[in-house]
Design a protein around this ligand. Structure first.
Ligand SMILES: NC(=O)c1ccc[n+]([C@@H]2O[C@H](COP(=O)([O-])OP(=O)(O)OC[C@H]3O[C@@H](n4cnc5c(N)ncnc54)[C@H](O)[C@@H]3O)[C@@H](O)[C@H]2O)c1
Ligand SMILES: [Zn+2]
Length: 361
């Protein structure tokens, strides 16, 4: 029998604690689990044009048999739906469908749907409760946990948003089976990042992954990593949550240099992780063999570890300087002194970063 058991990770935030349940086939039983939260009977389900045709049927059925009256709101798949205009559209659709402050919301989809729908829940009638049902690796191990919600502005990503913690997260790992290979692999960049900053031994399990089946315990282990970081630093004030930016300073700039169409986020982060590993080896003593283990894990998921020749180092550096993490001319850079631990430094020089980017060629 495949992994039938489910794993529950508690996110322990004072007054806003919630469970993340991870397991195969949770969707079928989601109605009962959501009913246990004690919401009213009106639910707005927000999904996207790829996910709704696959999974809204079983979800709506389960919700209806648990006594809910759900309405479905589908946005176009893709990052472009994380916009203020789509927020307005979803809110207005919900109003027309009769929702009010007694309603609750369910986000069914990847990180795009979770961030958008979570933000709608944060502001609809000044805030209604919501449940996340994440359907991608990234959303199951990262974006559905921690309460960061929001949309993009034309000026930059994730600039308009709110902290709004979900009341429950149901990560049905069976849904991962329908992810296109590239999207499936992409998600492992963040899994490998978690291993580097919090759990070096997890790299062994990552190397054993053989596809979307049986991922429950690995997903749960990553949810626990994210949950502990969020508990330590919910609003990114103490610096702990910044550890999650490992690989992201250079990675974000590479993502931008590719015009956001060339690399998926995880692919750009893969390159950022290789560069950050090199800097960690040179600056804080990360073993070269340890950095190599991270790179091998990235390669296992066909994630890039070499930068295409036509992307210039200067272009990446310029983009890095416009990133919000480049505070007051000083780069706040996360390094890994040994696998499983991370440190935020502000003494990484532009020369060291330049050399690490050059080494990607
Ligand atoms: N809030 C946070 O803390 C946080 C953290 C990390 C990322 N994010 C955000 O998450 C977003 C990226 O999330 P993502 O990688 O899940 O992207 P996504 O939501 O765009 O999903 C990727 C693609 O897969 C499709 N899809 C989703 N689930 C599927 C399934 N089970 N089967 C088949 N297709 C499926 C989607 O329609 C989409 O086309 C970004 O906007 C990012 O900013 C937020
Ligand atoms: Zn990321």
């Amino acid at each position: 029998m495949p992994e039938a058991e489910s794993h529950t990770v508690r996110v322990d935030l004072p007054g806003r604690e919630y469970d993340v349940v991870v397991g195969e086939g949770l969707l079928a039983d989601s109605g009962a689990k959501i009913a246990a939260l004690g919401f009213g009977n009106r639910l707005a389900v927000v999904s996207d044009s790829n996910v709704a045709p696959l999974y809204s049927g079983p979800l709506l059925e389960s919700l209806s048999s648990a006594g809910f009256e759900p309405s479905l709101h589908t946005v176009p798949a893709g990052e472009a739906s994380k916009s203020v205009s789509v927020v307005e559209e979803v809110c207005r659709e919900m109003i027309r469908a009769g929702h009010d402050r007694s309603s609750a919301l369910v986000a069914l989809g990847g990180g795009v749907v979770g961030d958008l729908a979570g933000f709608v829940a944060a502001i609809f009638y000044r805030g209604i409760p919501f449940v996340q049902i994440p359907t991608t690796i990234v959303s199951q191990i990262d974006s559905s946990v921690g309460g960061k919600t929001g949309v993009n502005a034309p000026e930059g990503k994730n600039l308009i948003g709110a902290f709004h913690q979900p009341r429950l997260v149901l990560a049905d790992t069976e849904t991962l089976a329908s992810l296109p290979a590239r999207e499936f692999n992409e998600g492992f960049a963040e899994v490998i990042k978690h291993a580097a900053i919090r759990d070096g031994e997890m790299l062994d399990d990552i190397m054993k992954v053989g596809g979307p089946r049986g991922l429950g315990s690995l997903v749960a282990r990553n949810v626990a990593i994210k949950a502990r970081v969020v508990e330590d630093d919910e609003r990114e004030t103490s610096g702990t949550r910044a550890h999650l930016n490992y690989g992201h300073t250079i990675g974000h700039a590479i993502e931008a240099a590719g015009g956001y169409g060339r690399f998926l986020h995880g692919e750009a982060i893969s390159l950022g992780l290789v560069a950050a590993g090199r800097i960690s080896s040179q600056k804080v003593g990360l073993g070269v063999d340890s950095a190599q283990r991270v790179n091998a894990a990235l390669q296992k998921f066909d994630l890039p570890t070499q930068l295409p020749a036509d992307i210039g180092t200067d272009q990446i550096l310029d983009l890095m300087k416009t990133d919000k993490k480049f505070a007051g001319g000083q780069i706040r850079f996360v390094v890994v002194p040994e696998l499983g631990s991370a440190e935020l430094r502000s003494d990484i020089t532009e020369e060291e970063i330049t050399a690490a980017i050059e080494a990607l060629r």
